[in-house]
Design a protein around this ligand. Structure first.
Ligand code: HC1
Length: 589
């Protein structure tokens, strides 16, 4: 334990704590820019400098560990002047057209400039002399170097959290910039579109490509029928972008808001998440049968989930030899899109050409996914526009809706019913838990033997989690699984995905089923979620997801009445010819 004094107040903290963390314990706010809770310390912006008794220099509080007897001052004239100069220097190289910036009102540099009352710039405006580049080729992410302050949060995110390293530091000195391999557009390098960099960028240098105006246009077009689907993780995060606390469940208010925005039908990705469980669950059982009964050597096991588009892009780039291990199921977003312009159109008697299909996702990679050539099995682009949670919040604000006071509404019918199994898709481990709830019951006729359907071994925030489930008392047609142990593993964040895939490649993992989500925490920590997103906030959103599940009247995908209906009326059975036509795909090398 270390004792020190900050701003005249004594504080005791563990060895290894930084001055920044110790100050936080005293509720003293020290400004930061390059620092982020999720990332390793960089100490390169130096906005967090403090004065230390006995030292002539001003240490960066994010990088300096505490020491016994230290006396720190966080707000002296020297500190204030240094911070002001640093902010001013950053502004001299920053395209500060704040009024037209997408991040206006949610920019950490703007906040600091306001806090430190930067009025007359002290340094020459260097922006006109710089050859800044704008990369707007990706359907997911726009990179604008003129807004970059080179804090390298994006670089650390891409390298540490995601093990992708699509972004890196190029050149030195005043030419230093954040760039890609040979300065190619992000669209053409190994970027997975996960948007974790976007979520951590303190300015407008990395933003999502936004489709708010296009969606408004569709809503105002009387000739169009605009359907909207909402992803599981949006309902536990949207409130944050509209002034509410992390972890508030706003499902009913969100539905009301979407109806007031003018969408013709407000439906739920959770419906197609339940459908995914049926398709994916039977696919897994089919693969197990082929491997165990038919002894078919061509069967690929372990089977891996395929609903996270960042993960799909990652496996395409990094482990292409395992593409056949992916489930052939499209993601729930894309299953929904394909059905919106076929099944839904037929049932509502609407010309599918007039349907505009919009999805609200916690994810930027979903924009890329919707653009993939594989995603046109309805004969049209299955999902026309993908908005992030943040973009939906923008639309709600633009419409002048006071979100927190909204009454609650229910989703519309046909593809709006869902279960607790679907909502947990939004948290890491959720797809696995939902699949086990259904697969176990299909095979044995009994509920999965865990306390109240809560398969806790697959829950939590540990990067890689293994769980095994013994199958006993099988129905006659599944006799080959009697006594078998179904081995599963769950990973979130691509660094953890790499650990699992390396183990598979090296023959160290003997799993049957793998769930991988590209983002830390799963979709609740998606790149399109409200900013800030950090560990504490992810935990609160995950808790909300499990609360939502626990409160649902139906908690198993195969009991979703609209899923039962679609099989009866349209798809016939899981993995049917029709299902394969619309709901499955194959990613090729
Ligand atoms: Fe997800 Fe999924 S859970 S991928 O995390 O399978 O984005 O929320 O919508 O498609 O259902 C995201 C979330 C989401 C899909 C589902």
């Amino acid at each position: 334990q270390i004792n020190l004094i900050i701003d005249g107040m004594p504080v005791t903290v563990d060895e290894g704590t930084t001055i920044l963390q110790a100050a936080k314990k005293l509720n003293i706010h020290i400004p930061t820019l390059c620092y982020h809770d999720d990332l390793c310390v960089a100490g390169n912006c130096r906005v967090c400098v403090v004065e230390m008794k006995g030292s002539r220099t001003l240490p960066a509080s994010c990088a300096m560990p505490v020491a016994e007897g230290m006396e720190i001052s966080t707000n002296t004239i020297k500190v204030r002047t240094a911070r002001k100069h640093i902010i001013d220097l950053l502004l001299s190289e920053h395209n500060a057209k704040c009024t037209t910036c997408y991040k206006n009102g949610n920019c950490e540099l703007q906040d600091l400039a306001a806090e430190y009352k930067i009025s007359e710039p002290m340094f020459i405006d260097l922006v006109p002399h710089k050859n800044y580049q704008m990369d707007a080729y990706s359907p997911s992410i726009i990179k604008d170097d003129s807004k970059c302050i080179r804090c390298q949060r994006c670089v650390r995110t891409c390298e540490e959290l995601q093990h992708v390293s699509a972004l890196g530091v190029a050149y030195k000195g005043d030419k230093m910039k954040i760039s890609t391999f040979y300065e190619n557009p992000m669209f053409e390098v190994v970027c997975t579109n996960c948007g974790q960099c976007v979520n951590r960028c303190p300015t407008g240098a990395l933003i999502e490509r936004n489709y708010v105006d296009e969606v408004w246009q569709a809503i105002f077009d009387e000739d169009k029928h605009v359907v909207v689907q909402t992803a599981p993780a949006v309902r536990v995060a949207l409130g944050e972008a509209l002034g509410m606390e992390p972890g508030e469940i706003v499902t009913g208010k969100m539905v009301t808001a979407l109806k007031r925005l003018g969408f013709d039908s407000v439906l739920d990705t959770d419906f197609s998440a339940d459908l995914t469980i049926m398709e994916e669950g039977f696919e897994l059982l089919g693969r197990l049968k082929k491997a165990l009964v038919d002894k078919d050597p061509s069967v690929k096991l372990p089977m891996a989930t395929s609903c996270s588009p960042g993960w799909i892009k990652f496996i395409e780039h990094t482990y292409p030899e395992y593409l056949d291990n992916l489930s052939t199921c499209k993601s729930p977003q894309q299953m929904f899109g394909a059905l919106a312009k076929t099944y839904y159109a037929q049932k509502r008697n609407i010309d599918p050409a007039k349907i505009v299909s919009v999805s609200i996702m916690p994810c930027t990679a979903k924009k890329f996914e919707a653009d993939r050539p594989e995603m046109r099995s309805s004969g049209f682009k299955d999902v026309d526009y993908v908005l992030t949670t943040r973009e939906l919040a923008i639309m709600i604000k633009q419409a002048g809706i006071e979100f927190s006071t909204l009454p609650e509404s229910h989703y519309d019918s046909i593809m709006g019913a869902s279960t607790g199994a679907a909502v947990i898709f939004g948290a890491t481990g959720g797809v696995m838990e939902a699949a086990l709830r259904t697969a176990y019951e299909v095979v044995t006729g009994r509920e999965v033997p865990f306390n109240g359907l809560n398969i806790t071994p697959v829950r939590g925030m540990e990067g890689v989690r293994e769980a095994a489930i013994k199958i006993e008392g099988t129905k006659p047609e599944w006799k080959f699984l009697e006594g078998a142990e179904l081995k599963t593993v769950v990973a979130h964040g691509l660094t953890n995905a790499k650990k699992v895939m390396d183990a598979v490649r090296d023959g160290k993992g003997s799993w049957h089923f793998i769930e991988i989500m590209a983002c830390p925490g799963g979709c609740i920590g998606g790149g399109g979620q409200p900013i800030p997103t950090n560990e504490e906030i992810r935990k609160k959103r995950a808790e909300a997801i499990y609360r939502e599940d626990a409160g649902m009247p139906i908690r198993k995908s195969h009991e979703n009445p609209e899923v039962i209906a679609i099989y009866k009326e349209f798809l016939h059975e899981p993995n049917s010819h029709k299902s394969h036509e619309l709901l499955h795909t194959h990613y090729k090398e």
